[in-house]
Design a protein around this ligand. Structure first.
Ligand SMILES: *[C@@H]1O[C@H](CO)[C@@H](O)[C@H](O)[C@H]1NC(C)=O
Ligand SMILES: *[C@@H]1O[C@H](CO)[C@@H](O)[C@H](O)[C@H]1NC(C)=O
Ligand SMILES: *[C@@H]1O[C@H](CO)[C@@H](O)[C@H](O)[C@H]1NC(C)=O
Length: 288
């Protein structure tokens, strides 16, 4: 027991043979974005870097592809610096990280914060269409079943992303494919479903040239996996997205109904006419 502990301790120490006087060895700061790391163009975004109380300066960097840019420095002394972007633009998307400096040197680099900006219509034909999200076979399933998400658009996005609300880190990404109908889509095979797979999903499209700029999100799609006590209370409306496509479905439904009613009317009319014609024939023959 003691031996194991000693070995672990030695191993741990040997992994971090660091001396606090060297540059870059103070503990890494924590980087965070408010209101979040997936934001809409035009929003105010605060990127905070939290180090130690004896920090004298904070530096913020942004990395896009392999290009690193010094974004801003803050000479605020103390535990935390907040870099405020008043109106976030599409070129502000990227990987952010920060450092702080004290009299004993530089801190280690913070983790990367991936900041994604959603936009709409940046130039003609680009980001003009939010994608649509659907699921097969249906959005209320039993545990153990697999489902397939389909994210699609008329716009030629390079890739699509499906995200479950509140779990941005576990997003699913797929390259898009052109269908024979000239639409662009990606299929996401998911399963087997468990009761914890229930949730609200949406998808986004993006272009490879700028993976940190996404389209507006699709309408929300709610998935329910039956079986857990919480989910047995079934609402009938879960499959219905909350917008236009829905009313469109109704219009189509109504058209079909009206068409059917018309058809029945025509058939009845024809039968009656035939009947009347046969009767008049009989009448004529009888009267002859
Ligand atoms: C960003 O910081 C400013 C000033 O500290 C504050 O007024 C604002 O509410 C913050 N915005 C967000 C989105 O946190
Ligand atoms: C679900 O998908 C997995 C692979 O991801 C497959 O092995 C399994 O057979 C599928 N189950 C059903 C019910 O189709
Ligand atoms: C009309 O009369 C013809 C011949 O008598 C018969 O074959 C046909 O089924 C009749 N049609 C109707 C609608 O009664």
């Amino acid at each position: 027991m003691t031996f194991t502990f000693a070995v672990l301790l030695c191993f741990g120490l040997s992994l971090k043979p660091r001396s606090p006087v060297l540059a870059g060895v103070l503990p890494k700061p924590t980087i965070k974005a408010e209101p979040g790391s997936l934001v809409t163009r035009g929003m105010q975004v605060n990127i905070s870097c939290m180090g130690t109380s004896d920090a004298q300066k904070y530096l913020l960097f942004i990395k896009k592809f392999k290009n690193v840019q010094h974004r801003q420095s803050s000479t605020i002394r103390g535990e935390k610096a907040v870099f405020s972007i008043n109106s976030i633009g599409q070129y502000d998307g990227g990987q952010y990280y920060c450092f702080y400096v004290t009299t004993s040197g530089w801190s280690a680099q913070s983790d990367n914060l991936e900041l994604v900006v959603t936009v709409r219509g940046t130039s003609p034909g680009i980001f003009e269409n939010k994608p649509c999200l659907s699921v097969l076979p249906r959005c209320v399933v039993t545990p153990g079943k697999n489902v397939t998400f389909k994210c699609f658009s008329q716009e030629e996005y390079d890739s699509f992303i499906v995200i479950k609300e509140g779990e941005q880190k576990h997003s699913m990404i797929m390259e898009s494919q052109k269908t024979s109908a000239g639409q662009f889509q990606a299929l996401f095979f998911v399963g087997p479903m468990t009761s914890s797979s229930s949730g609200t999903f949406k998808c986004y499209g993006y272009y490879k040239a700028n993976p940190q700029v996404w389209s507006e999100p699709s309408d929300h799609l709610e998935i329910q996996v039956l079986g857990s006590a919480m989910n047995t209370k079934l609402s009938k409306d879960v499959c219905k997205p909350k917008t236009a496509s829905n009313t469109q479905d109704h219009t189509v439904e109504n058209l079909i109904r009206m068409g059917l009613a018309g058809l029945v009317f025509i058939i009845l009319g024809t039968l009656l006419f035939e009947h009347w014609r046969n009767q008049s024939w009989t009448y004529h023959e009888a009267g002859k």
